[in-house]
Design a protein around this ligand. Structure first.
Ligand code: NAP
Length: 556
């Protein structure tokens, strides 16, 4: 294949549509990718299975859904005008407002004309002789593209658990990650929520206010910190806006999780009991995810971690009046933060309501769903509606749904059968010109997603631009570089407490999924430097080819 043409708009070859790039997904990653590639004058087609933009925020419409990263930071930074003009209403914007923002971005940057909605990509096959991908949509249409970029999201493949009798339930069944677009009214109904992760923790207090009775089925108790959500004042917004350059730079370069905050200068055991407690109290009162940033060793040292975990357990005991329920709600089988910490509004206090009951299913699970009841812990709980807050096949689930065939007929699903293998979380050897945005092996879900999305999109766009400028058309991760990266990702994960939890980070929520810690835990600042260094060393670890004969790019 010749070097990338500098074209805009699609071209037609032999009856099929041809693009420089196909992007899969029109969430925050896919939209920005489209914007950047258009800026390079490339022809781009985005395929999105939903009928609107927004990805996660398009699908997760459950009651109480809102972001757990402050909206002034969970927003694009690539356009100064955009970040100055958009008014977030609350500290943590609710889902409808985030979706409105996504739609605003789509309109403002005129993105929709290159997005095909209600279009699911089923297969992508690399043609080695032509040096391009054939992408097939549900319905059979096939297009070709030089590059395929997966912007499929990390928490987008909603998981319906295999519970006996679920299909026979006669009432309403909803999954939080696949919520209907019309409003659901639980007034007067008996509702069951299965699961106690972030989605449940946000929806339980709201459903409890509506429902006649709510039963929450808990397999694993979870740590949660109060959000302390509130309306944003004009002054607060202005304070962020006027300091945006500094805030964004600091979040990208200096932090582990892409959230602007003061950085800890000591470990939990470096402070005495009173001082430590005062610091936890201050963070608890402030609310939000930065609770975990008070000390620098909470993810590393079990004794340090236990001081934070013990503090939260104590808070739960103070909030929940019934001691038995309080005890059940106190997490005790994983270090705090090793499962994604939750951020809530009145979650624990909701169990003080007379119409809410917690059922512990730790030992026996849910035995069966009957036509009008949930059978668990030796009892039948009659319900009219079931809410499955049972999570996602995270990080790899949405990639695995596409049949991706690389060089010599190798499939990505077979290659990743023992766990995902990528170089920098961006590419997988044997699959040329196929990029993954915030894929496994990158900080991704451990960070403010927008920070990680923008970094990946910029890296990929700059890379494609570089290839064009240098007359190169094929790029591929080298196996050796990939092996070293996978080993590094694994090694640093195992230096932390994270692998101790049965989390979705580890694939532990999906029966049969390999137990591998999937995201890169080195932090967004360190990771960005690694990616930039790779570029500075001539895309070290990648092979770039002009045509059939591979050659390394000279050091820049
Ligand atoms: P999740 O964290 O995976 O929680 C799923 C829950 O369902 C867990 O309590 C799990 O129990 C339970 N469960 C799964 N299968 C079950 C079964 N067969 N029987 C009984 N219980 C079962 O999923 P999620 O709450 O949707 O959250 C996923 C991630 O999405 C979060 O960690 C977060 O990163 C993101 N999220 C973010 C926000 C936000 O920004 N505010 C909101 C929602 C979600 P076990 O723990 O025992 O497996």
């Amino acid at each position: 294949m010749s070097a990338l043409p500098s074209t805009s708009g699609k071209t037609s070859a032999a009856g099929s549509e041809t693009y420089d790039a196909v992007v899969v997904g029109a969430g925050f990653a896919g939209m920005y990718m489209l914007h950047r590639l258009r800026g390079l004058d490339l022809s781009v087609r985005v395929y999105e299975q939903g009928d609107g933009v927004g990805g996660t925020w398009y699908w997760n419409r459950y009651p109480g859904a809102r972001c757990d990263v402050e909206s002034m930071q969970y927003s694009y930074s690539f356009s100064e005008e955009l970040q100055q003009e958009w008014d977030w209403s609350e500290r943590y914007a609710p889902q409808p407002e985030i979706l409105k923002y996504a739609n605003h971005v789509a309109d403002r940057f005129d993105l929709r004309r290159d997005i095909e909605f209600s279009s699911r990509v089923e297969q992508a096959v690399f043609d080695g002789s032509a040096g391009c991908w054939s992408v097939t949509l549900a319905g059979g249409k096939t297009v070709t593209a030089s590059f395929v970029i997966l912007a499929t999201g990390c928490l987008s493949n909603a998981r319906v658990p295999d519970i006996k009798g679920l299909a026979d339930f006669k009432g309403e069944v909803y999954h939080t990650g696949h919520w209907p677009h019309h409003s659901i009214d639980f007034t007067g109904k008996r509702v069951a929520v299965i699961g106690t992760g972030s989605s449940a923790i946000q929806s339980v207090p709201v459903i409890a206010e509506q429902a006649n009775h709510l039963t929450v089925f808990q397999r694993t108790a979870n740590f949660s910190i109060p959000a302390r959500n509130a309306a944003l004042t004009a002054e607060e917004r202005e304070s962020f806006r006027s300091r945006y350059p500094e805030i964004r730079r600091f979040a990208r370069e200096q932090t582990r999780n892409g959230i602007y905050q003061e950085l800890p200068d000591r470990g939990a055991l470096d402070d005495g009991d009173n001082e430590r407690r005062a610091k936890y109290e201050e963070r608890w009162a402030r609310g939000g995810l930065t609770f975990m940033g008070v000390y620098n060793d909470l993810a590393l040292d079990a004794a340090a971690n236990d001081t934070a975990a013990g503090f939260v357990r104590q808070k739960i005991a103070e909030i929940v009046r019934d001691p038995e329920t309080a005890k059940l709600l106190q997490p005790n089988n994983h270090p705090i933060g090793t499962k994604r910490i939750c951020v809530d509004t009145d979650y624990f206090a909701t169990f003080n309501r007379p119409n809410v009951k917690l059922v512990d299913i730790k030992s026996s699970g849910i035995e069966q769903i009957l036509p009008h009841a949930v059978r668990a812990a030796g009892k039948d709980y009659e319900v009219d509606a079931l809410v499955l807050a049972t999570g996602f096949d995270a990080m790899t689930g949405s990639v695995a749904k596409i049949d991706i065939v690389g060089r010599d007929g190798a499939t990505l699903n077979r290659k990743w059968a023992e766990g995902p293998r990528t170089y920098l979380g961006l590419m997988s050897a044997g699959f040329p010109n196929l990029f993954v945005i915030t894929g496994p092996g990158s900080p991704s879900v451990l960070s403010n997603m927008i920070v990680s999305i923008e970094q990946h999109v910029d890296w990929i766009a700059d890379c494609i631009s570089f290839m064009r400028d240098h007359g190169l058309s094929i790029m591929e991760a080298e196996r050796d570089a990939e092996d070293k990266w996978v080993a590094h990702v694994n090694e640093i994960a195992h230096a932390t407490l994270y692998p101790q939890a049965n989390s979705w980070y580890m694939g532990a929520n999906i029966p049969g999924k390999p137990r591998i810690f999937m995201p890169y835990i080195g932090g967004v600042g360190a990771y960005r430097r690694i990616c930039n260094d790779v570029v500075a060393r001539g895309y070290e670890g990648f092979t770039m080819t002009a045509a059939e004969r591979p050659r390394k790019i000279a050091t820049l």
